[in-house]
Design a protein. Sequence first.
Length: 69
Amino acid sequence: MIQFNVEGMSCQHCVGAVTRAIQEHDAAAKVEVDLAAGRVSVESSQSADVLKAAIDDAGYTVKSVVTGA
């Protein structure tokens, strides 16, 4: 499990955008978004760096990454 603390997410559109961005790199990824906490939790075969780049490319700012959470 990888957890990303992400700025800029505020609505269900944001949830969908982040989820799609991650699943473009790993269609089987399990993505959970907690808007209130600004946290995205991901179970994926991709590296944290690849997933961080996907979130960044979707227009959101990753403030920190915790692997193995």
